[in-house]
Ligand binder design. Structure first.
Ligand code: AMP
Length: 355
């Protein structure tokens, strides 16, 4: 058995009806709606202002209906309407970001996954405690510049899109850093980046076992980041800094990658550790999560972040990935979420996957 996450009262609006899958019209919504529709669910898009026109270009991913709110922050004012519609909300990165983790946590609508994870994901110190105690190796964190003994990346708290991050080759170069807010100094890990898209089902009884269920690997990507990815074309970073041009890490898109097959066992071990530790710490995360890290030349994976919901890199794999093809052809993460809801309903276990 997985952990019971949702009370009867929270799920009462879903009794005796087929749920409607809803999400905010952004981020990975095309994939979420397409996946829900493929599995036979009605869909509802939450739009700010007016329904976005770009859905007209993608008929297989257009939600059946829309609810509009002036801004994302106004969403709590329509939660009664969403309950009347029998909605299950699918969180994604932009949804939580625009609404705010606290307001999202308080929404009185069934949400896919365990909302208790928000606390652990959004606080860099807590997520480090979780990941390290789960067996992940992470980039070194320096409390003070005097401890630095190699290249570092300085990150501001809550810096969205990696704007204002500072890179320094060594302790001496770090002296040029002029902080404008609270920050952390982290070892700059040299290697290649991988963003691994996993899915944990607490109700599955087959596959790669972890917790009360199993873990699937549905895809893998690398992010395109402006301006760092193309900065080298303009010259050495030190020259550019002198000219006032600083590196930024703003995500603009994604490219598909696969991992050396011999590294997959370690990837699964890490994912299983993170799931099992999450069960001990806060009842367990459910559904999609992404381990984001850097593979070093010694083939060690250093995790710099975890995302505990569908990530935009999964948009590459709406018709399947080199990994999900080996589970079921045409399986996207969006579709897998809908399948999980379907299977939990059939077995009376919705309270273990919704909160
Ligand atoms: P974050 O805000 O932690 O997701 O970091 C944004 C980007 O900075 C990542 O996608 C990486 O390209 C880069 N990055 C973050 N941490 C490190 C690190 N410790 N070493 C090297 N690059 C990093």
């Amino acid at each position: 058995m997985g952990t019971v996450l949702a009370s009867r009262a929270r799920l009462s609006c879903l009794e005796g009806r087929r749920p409607t899958i809803a999400t905010l019209c952004s981020h990975s919504s095309l994939q979420i709606f397409h996946g829900a529709r493929t599995e036979g669910f009605p869909t509802l898009g939450i739009a700010t202002g007016a329904p976005p026109r770009f859905y007209d270009a993608f008929p297989l991913a257009r939600p059946d209906r829309f609810v509009t709110v002036p801004t994302v922050k106004d969403l709590p004012s329509v939660d009664g309407r969403l309950r009347d519609e029998g909605v299950i909300l699918i969180p994604h990165g932009s949804f939580v970001e625009y609404l705010g983790a606290t307001a999202f946590g308080k929404l009185d609508v069934p949400v896919f996954g365990n909302r208790a994870v928000l606390d652990w994901e959004s606080d860099r110190r807590k997520s480090r405690e979780w990941l390290e105690s789960a067996g992940c190796s992470m980039p070194e964190r320096y409390e003070d510049a005097s401890e630095v003994d190699g290249p570092v990346i300085v990150k501001y708290y809550g810096a969205k899109g990696g704007k204002g991050f500072f890179l320094a080759k060594n302790r001496e170069a770090l002296a040029d850093f002029q902080p404008t807010g609270p920050y952390v100094i982290q070892e700059y890990v040299l290697g290649t980046r991988y963003y691994m898209h996993f899915f944990y089902s607490p109700i599955s009884d087959r596959g790669y076992r972890a917790g009360s269920g199993s873990i699937e690997l549905l895809g893998m990507d690398r992010r395109d980041e402006a301006n760092i990815d193309e900065l080298y074309k303009l010259g050495a970073q030190e020259e550019l800094l002198r000219a006032g041009i600083r590196p930024t890490f703003v995500v603009t898109g994604n490219v598909p990658v696969v991992l050396r097959e011999s590294l997959l066992p370690r990837a699964f071990e890490l994912a299983a550790g993170v799931v099992e530790r999450s069960i001990e710490l806060f009842g367990g995360m459910v559904g999609p999560f992404c381990l984001e890290g850097i593979m070093t030349e010694d083939l060690e994976f250093k995790v710099f972040e975890i995302s505990t919901r569908i990530v935009a890199g999964t948009n590459l794999f709406i018709s399947g990935s080199p990994y999900s093809d080996l589970i079921e052809p045409g399986l996207s993460t969006g579709r897998r979420i809908a399948q999980e809801i379907h299977r939990a309903r059939e077995t009376g276990r919705l309270d273990e996957i919704l909160s």
